[in-house]
Design a binder for this molecule. Structure first.
Ligand SMILES: [Zn+2]
Length: 271
């Protein structure tokens, strides 16, 4: 049975959510406002009772000295199976995988970026200011991940099936001091026979480099597993034989990037 719930809390208009029941799955997402850049509730956060605002939680949990310009802390996509297994996508876990020690991408904008954040001080270039993350989702322990030769059947996705549920959520975004973009987003599509999602980290350092880390997940109704395909693509801008304007949008440029890494795994969710 498929049931769609739609709730918008009128008192706290900054948050809304939506969900769908799909076979043994409950799929939901939340949308929220941007992470503040300072602690807004010092009285609460400095108390000794383990209650913190979102900003203080990020400061405690992350080792990187700066966060992207826009982080949406409660933009979370969750897929819960009736077995209790759960998969979710959230910006905090994604940012935990940003390196705080780097071979930094040495470009002109690294200096500009530094100057725009004077409080960065001595921590100069000691973290990955492109916020590159190989995050592939957050999983409960009762999901078993196995290697597989099976691949996602894209023909099924090309069929003109009714779309029962769709959303595209931004988890974080940074404009690299007007020198490009670093963005992590996740979108989900639920159709009568399957669900499919794409988690995408997209990096464009203007006139320097384009990169994507993409995780696709695909589940056929009545099967007991999810296929997960992780693909890393990267190219120097000068090696791409396309106009610079075409590098602006992820969908326009990613098909032209050479594949650096690709691995497909099976997530067993019902055992
Ligand atoms: Zn706080």
């Amino acid at each position: 049975m498929i049931q769609i719930e739609d709730t918008v809390d009128s008192r706290r208009f900054e948050t809304n959510s939506n969900s769908i029941h799909f076979g043994p799955w409950h799929i939901s997402y939340n949308i929220s406002c941007i992470l503040p850049s300072v602690c807004s509730t010092k009285v609460v956060c400095e108390r000794d009772d383990d209650q913190f605002c979102q900003f203080c939680i990020y400061c405690k949990e992350l080792t990187i000295p700066h966060f992207p310009d826009m982080v949406f802390p409660k933009n979370i996509l969750t897929l819960t199976h009736k077995s209790g297994a759960s998969i979710n996508f959230n910006p905090l876990d994604a940012l935990k995988r940003v390196a705080n020690t780097v071979e930094a991408i040495e470009v002109a904008c690294a200096e500009a970026w530094q100057e725009s954040r004077p409080d960065a001080g001595k921590k100069k270039r000691t973290f990955d200011w492109t916020f590159a993350t190989d995050y592939k989702g957050t999983f409960t322990d009762n999901i078993v991940i196995q290697a597989t030769d099976e691949t996602i059947n894209y023909d099924i996705l090309k069929q003109k099936e009714q779309i029962l549920f769709y959303h595209d959520l931004t988890l974080f975004e940074d404009e690299l001091h007007d020198h490009g973009v670093s963005k992590l987003s996740v979108k989900i599509r639920v159709m009568p026979s399957c669900w499919y999602l794409l988690l995408r980290y997209f990096l464009r350092v203007d006139d320097v480099l384009v990169r994507s880390n993409e995780t696709r997940m695909f589940h056929m109704l009545n099967s007991d597993y999810v296929l997960r395909e992780y693909t890393v693509k990267e190219s120097l801008a000068k090696d791409l034989n396309i106009p610079t304007a075409q590098m602006k949008e992820a969908d326009d440029v990613i098909p032209f990037l050479p594949v650096k890494e690709k691995v497909t795994e099976k997530l067993i969710v019902n055992f």
